[in-house]
Design a protein around this ligand. Sequence first.
Ligand code: ADP
Ligand code: MG
Length: 399
Amino acid sequence: MDIHEYQAKEVLAGFGVAVPTGALAYSPEQAAYRARELGGERWVVKAQVHAGGRGKAGGVKVCTSDSEINDVCETMFGMKLVTHQTGPEGKGVYRVYVEAAVPIAREIYLGFVLDRTTQRVMIVASAEGGMEIEEISAEKPESIVRAEVEPAVGLREFQCRQIAFKLGIEPGLTQQLVRTLQGAYRAFTELDATMVEINPLVVTDDNRIIALDAKMTFDDNALFRHPQIAELRDKSQEDPRESRAADRGLSYVGLDGNIGCIVNGAGLAMATMDTIKLAGGEPANFLDIGGGATPERVAKAFRLVLSDKNVQAILVNIFAGINRCDWVAEGVVQALKEVEVEVPVIVRLAGTNVEEGQKILAKSGLPIIRARTLNEAAERAVGAWRNDLSQGVTVRAVS
Ligand code: ADP
Ligand code: MG
């Protein structure tokens, strides 16, 4: 789960990371009012969306008066901000953060990520702040400083000092950098984050080290341990299909093609999508119904997949290990009787009780296209989607 910049700043501030003073606003009037409350003469108005690259896309503006804040906000609110991280559809701006403008002397890149190879938290830093990390690694790879954290002892001061030295931080400011690094590391580990990015971390004209931007991503599977973080979820920034699935306890990933996939297990989902692509199709989404595929769960899955208007065929691919194919088949049949499905449905079952499962599908009298192997299923799904009747099957399933 991602959170907004202002939320990440509040979280990090709680761990001792210095951030500028700022306040949140839901309307242009409120933004101007917030600026007056903050005081000072220069403010930065920042669109709150779950994506970086806002500066270049017009989502970060420096203002020097009430009326300017008002004008900037009039265009920002309600706009779909398109940055290189949002995709062409953009992300809606419904909140802005008004912040005191900070006199920047230097911008530094700082990131904390999980390095799967070493199974450790990796700190990635660069003296070339302000640029995105992808640009830095393409253009100035030599500027990147990396450090691994040994989980048993945590981030040690000497490591932080090493990083400070490599970034060319003035000795007098090292202690501030140590505090920032250790604070961000503690926030990362204690809150089960998967990413913390401070870009830029700045050194100000008056020698303060401040996080000017902040991004945090959390492990969804650990959110139950952090209700205060789970509360920060902003559904307006998520794919509505995915949030609806999450609310129903299903895991769903929306994509751009036409073939809806109902599968069990993420690995099988990946294999299913690969095979669809190989057969010349494009997956519209994938929905993982997980281990216990009760008929109710399968029906929910169908409803969700169908709510995506792009879906022109549904491929159900289940490998029953803990599940049983006969139960899954019952679920599919029940779902097709309950939910009006007007697109071809292709079902491939494998594993425990597969024969019984096939019988249930055959006996149902429903126009389900059956397949024995994943290849066959993918080819039939793509064929059915293209309305290719040469396979000798009916391609309409209705309740
Ligand atoms: P994004 O990464 O989405 O473009 P940032 O928060 O990093 O958004 O802002 C972009 C740039 O705007 C920063 O690199 C910095 O130069 C400037 N900026 C952002 N916040 C402030 C601030 N409070 N004071 C001064 N400049 C700022
Ligand atoms: Mg940034």
